[in-house]
Design a protein around this ligand. Structure first.
Ligand code: ZN
Length: 263
């Protein structure tokens, strides 16, 4: 009696983080799924067959997918993908595309495969939809994305008190603080020492970041940001992420160049 291997298929909402060609016919896609975390799957004949995945497997598309764990070349097989929201408004705007690419790359580098991360799935989904709608400005939205992402990853920057002597931020009188990347928190004047990993921040920037950290993001999205604090806060968070990743995502270098050119 022959035993057939039972194919296990599962369906889940998913966001397309990355895709690359595999040979002449196939695509390899990296997905952030709601039910199974990050996963890599092969979409067979996706390049050849126009019917099967036509216009669906585009970057930042919100999808419903079904995958089977019958491994092909060590990867799961993408059986079906239906479009939930193409987020086409992002891909039509170079600045929005750059922000979305950076968030997707951050998620892709940071997360391990197969570990369920529903809060990060919903965060990325909501941020992509808000980016497309333009309801919150790109820079403010990116600050919100960073702070939530870092919090869910257990790496919230400590902005409320000095990392050494525990003096509360409100009681520090200097107009500028140092944030020590290696310690993950701010240092008061007395505790700060020269270090290559310290970043200077205005008190107003720290207060604005604290406010966003402690409010729900619908409220934070309505905050009228001070442009200088917005700028400084975003650059600081990007440095913080690069420090923890141990490398600079390619899409971040592109985004920073694009912002410079737009000034
Ligand atoms: Zn101190």
């Amino acid at each position: 009696m022959a035993f057939e291997r039972i194919m296990c298929t599962f369906a889940t909402p998913a966001i397309l983080l990355r895709r690359s060609a595999y040979g002449d016919y196939d695509l390899i896609v990296t997905l952030l799924t709601l039910c199974n975390g990050k996963l890599t799957a092969i979409a067979k004949n996706a390049k050849k067959s126009r019917k099967r995945f036509a216009g669906v497997l585009e970057p930042f598309s919100l999808l419903n997918v079904s995958c089977s764990d019958t491994r092909s070349r060590g990867m799961m097989v993408l059986q079906e993908a239906c479009l939930e929201n193409p987020c086409a408004g992002i891909r039509g705007d170079v600045m929005k595309t750059s922000y979305a690419s950076y968030w997707a790359e951050m998620v892709n580098i940071w997360l391990e495969e197969g570990r369920e991360q529903p809060r990060i799935y919903y965060l990325l989904r909501d941020c992509l939809q808000l980016l497309e709608s333009g309801a919150i400005g790109n820079e403010a939205l990116s600050i919100i994305f960073h702070l939530r992402f870092l919090s869910f990853s257990g790496l919230s920057p400590n902005l409320s008190r000095c990392s050494e002597c525990q003096m509360e931020t409100d009681h520090i009188t200097a107009p500028r603080f140092f944030f020590e990347l290696a310690k993950g928190g701010i240092l008061c004047e007395g505790c700060s020492a020269k270090s290559p990993t310290r970043v200077s921040l205005a008190k107003g920037t720290v207060k604005q970041l604290l406010w966003i950290q402690s409010n729900d993001w619908q409220t934070a999205g309505r905050l009228k940001f001070n442009p200088a604090a917005l700028n400084e806060g975003l650059r600081f968070l990007e440095k913080f992420v690069v420090f923890h990743l141990g490398k600079e995502p390619k899409s971040l270098i592109f985004l920073q160049d694009l912002r410079l050119a737009a000034q």
